[in-house]
Write a protein that binds this ligand. Structure first.
Ligand SMILES: [Zn+2]
Length: 170
């Protein structure tokens, strides 16, 4: 055995029948594919790996998907991922995300799962707890009152104009 073969992981992906390609080549498929009789026999017996199927289809002037339509489904299946939310068992084909905008591949199957996972994060829970506390203290009530007053001070002219417009419309 040549060196390195021991380390190689055996191919466990889908196999594609050589016959599907042979049928599309009307004359002398073996010659068109540039294969030896031994290779033809091996490929017929074992089927083609994805890389072999790719290479041979292109050699014969076809797109791999044209020869083996099931490839589309296999490719989709391989890219399936499980939802990152521990309570969800949905698998989906993730959106790759725009890397130039700092995006990463989609991890959750839905916005709902993303929200749910986010709420479980310790830092988010802590922040929510703090926010609740802020609403429960007497100082917080005073701060909220002042925030509303500040808003009215800042936008008094606009608010009054809007009120006048509403009154004259009525
Ligand atoms: Zn999910």
């Amino acid at each position: 055995m040549p060196r390195g073969v021991y380390d190689r992981k055996p191919y466990t992906g889908p196999r594609y029948p050589l016959e599907a390609l042979e049928r599309l080549i009307p004359t002398a498929p073996q010659r068109a594919l540039g294969l030896s009789g031994q290779q033809m026999a091996t490929y017929r017996a074992e089927g083609l790996t994805e890389a072999q199927a790719d290479r041979l289809a292109v050699r014969a002037g076809f797109l791999p998907f044209e020869v083996w339509p099931e490839m589309v489904e296999h490719a989709a299946h391989e890219s399936l991922r499980e939802c990152a939310d521990v309570e969800c068992s949905v698998t989906f084909v993730p959106n790759a995300g725009n890397r130039r905008q700092g995006g990463s591949p989609q991890r959750f199957c839905s916005p709902r799962c993303r929200q749910r996972a986010r709420r479980r994060r310790p830092d988010v829970q802590e922040a929510r707890k703090l926010e609740r506390l802020l609403y429960e203290t007497p100082e917080a009530a005073e701060l909220r009152r002042r925030r509303v007053a500040l808003y009215h001070d800042t936008y008094r002219d606009r608010i009054n104009a809007a009120r006048r417009a509403k009154r004259s419309a009525a």
